[in-house]
Design a protein around this ligand. Sequence first.
Ligand SMILES: NC(=O)c1ccc[n+]([C@@H]2O[C@H](COP(=O)([O-])OP(=O)(O)OC[C@H]3O[C@@H](n4cnc5c(N)ncnc54)[C@H](O)[C@@H]3O)[C@@H](O)[C@H]2O)c1
Length: 223
Amino acid sequence: MKKTALVTGAEGFVGSHLVKFLQTKGWSVIGSYLHGSVSFPELPNLRFTPCDLGNGQRITQILARYEPTHIFHLGAQSLPTVSWADPVTTFQSNVMGSLYLFEAARHMKRRPVIVSACSSAEYGNVPASAIPVTEEQHLRPLHPYGISKVCLDLLAREYFLDYNIPAVIIRLFNGHPVFEGDTNHFAHRLTALGKRQLAAESSFWEQSVQALSKILTAREQPA
Ligand SMILES: NC(=O)c1ccc[n+]([C@@H]2O[C@H](COP(=O)([O-])OP(=O)(O)OC[C@H]3O[C@@H](n4cnc5c(N)ncnc54)[C@H](O)[C@@H]3O)[C@@H](O)[C@H]2O)c1
């Protein structure tokens, strides 16, 4: 069966690379994005469609139309600082948006694998003695963004246990590029760090995409 991926947050830092990565691997790819004014690459078997994750009907419509075999759920309000200023919008995108996605997937005839981008922010402050962090570490997020990712984490678990949806979560740790123009606080901090660290951080998307791909491959191997 041909693999069809829906990538939410396809205009984002990781998503924009993931759609191209999957396309070069021969997947049919649909990238969903929030804003209208983004330019996308024109490549075979890669198309883009607008979708606000806060719009459950739209998500249902997209899943019914494209019937993805895999969903890479990266779309999110991804900034802790913004989540303090606007926790409601953050929860609408990250929690309700994720719930709409899992609900729509549960009603599909063939339920897709859903890979969700969770976050190290779920752990909160970790004592030095607990580093490197393992998945057994308590989840004690320090801001609404981190809490929203704990919700996604638990939603994925629930939909796996209750509805047998093949759900995979990956807790990504921080890394962000320097964008031209619009940027975020990670990028500002990185800019202050100097070019060497920036070069290292710019490979973050490669590591993220490789990790997503490897986890998926492992998930698909028979137990
Ligand atoms: N980059 C990191 O350091 C890092 C670390 C941990 C977790 N993550 C998570 O990984 C995922 C990808 O990260 P990223 O760095 O590419 O983030 P990003 O902010 O660059 O991309 C996320 C995209 O989601 C979109 N989005 C926001 N609200 C939306 C909504 N309501 N509906 C649809 N789309 C919406 C944004 O427009 C954005 O383009 C995110 O879920 C993020 O929380 C990233």
